[in-house]
Design a protein around this ligand. Sequence first.
Ligand SMILES: Cc1cc2nc3c(=O)[nH]c(=O)nc-3n(C[C@H](O)[C@H](O)[C@H](O)COP(=O)(O)OP(=O)(O)OC[C@H]3O[C@@H](n4cnc5c(N)ncnc54)[C@H](O)[C@@H]3O)c2cc1C
Length: 406
Amino acid sequence: MPDAHYDYAIIGAGPAGSACANALLLEGASGVALIDRARFPRDKICGDGIGPGVIAILDALKLGHMLDRHRRVSQMVMTSPFGGRMALNDNEIKGESPLGYVIRRTEFDHALVIAALERGCTDMTGWSFEGAKHVDGQWRIDLAESDSGELRSITADVLIGADGATSRVRRLLGQPFNHEKHVSVSMRILARTEPEFPARQELNVEKELPIPGYAWNFATGAGLVNVGFVCDTPTYKASGRHLREILKTYQDQLPDTLVYDDATRHSQILPLASQMPPLAYPKVSAALIGDAASMINPLTGEGIFYGMEAGLLLGRGLARAANTREERAAALQHYERVFRRTFTGHFRGNFYLRKLIEKPALFDRMLRAGAKNPDLCCDCIEYMMGNERGVGKKPLYRLALQTFFS
Ligand SMILES: Cc1cc2nc3c(=O)[nH]c(=O)nc-3n(C[C@H](O)[C@H](O)[C@H](O)COP(=O)(O)OP(=O)(O)OC[C@H]3O[C@@H](n4cnc5c(N)ncnc54)[C@H](O)[C@@H]3O)c2cc1C
């Protein structure tokens, strides 16, 4: 027999699931279960770059204080294999900064989970989602305790899949995984630095690494640097190289003051938003958010902002709907409509930009053009890392003009 009933069962307590839980609770909903096979704090393979769009989401969730202890990124640098370099320093930014933060996911995700628990959601971290059935208008959800394997089941009115890149909920809803053309592969390792680097983000396209693809080193500003490499799956397969060896090639080019922690070297896939499944399933009261719905920017690999935005939008909409099946179905459809209206063009633009800069010579010209104009550079970073609301597509056209005609 199921041992408890909830209005909302959220599978996955990463940024997408936790943002959704916080939004639901902040809007007065109750009966929210936050389920994750991990116990928090837990690590998540990531570049730890918290995009600028996340700041507004945290404010909307009344969690802006989460950033107080962290240093805002003061410089972003991009380099090409032909020596092109575009750098944006915070003292050159006239309006709102398009730079974000670099924060360890152990810390960032844990703070979001704690906030949701303090707001009253039921803590089911340490429980793995094993499967679910929609019977008589509600979900029967099977869970297994992560250590002991103890089984239990609960029921819920709404099932929210926020269980990341290899989502089981997505499969349960009948959605296949992305085609390999729309999946990137990556590996990252963490390093300590003494003296510490300032908080900064650097992205490098290198001759010695598979292209198209890029390596990064992101510094928190508190003595920690996140170092990694990402490229799409066909490029990786064609390279015939191992991710570990590619990453090592990049590590060898970085300052030898970096002391790497080999235990933090892990690989993971990124399902890209150039192929998103349906987001809402109103007939069975279910939805997908975050990586489970392939909400990763196809150019930058950024996914925290989009997942949290989806969680916020869905949580708010559901909490504001009356507790009837019809209203919930309408809220789910509204979520899908608004998310797609806001981001489909943005993801498409970033996908085409990626196609364009897959040519290293063109990427080089683009960086050189951007380097001459900090305002344009600022707008382009907002276009790639943010949500375009502030800048629209104009920076892209301006950059294209300057790349081809300067
Ligand atoms: C190498 C790499 C670098 C990246 N760098 C950046 C970056 O710098 N900036 C950025 O914005 N994005 C980055 N991303 C993308 C970003 O990590 C994801 O988009 C983001 O974590 C998505 O959040 P989420 O909540 O959807 O999923 P996740 O953060 O993956 O959370 C999913 C949760 O579901 C849980 N779960 C999974 N299966 C089950 C199950 N069966 N039962 C219960 N729980 C389950 C997991 O334990 C996990 O806690 C990067 C990704 C990679 C791989």
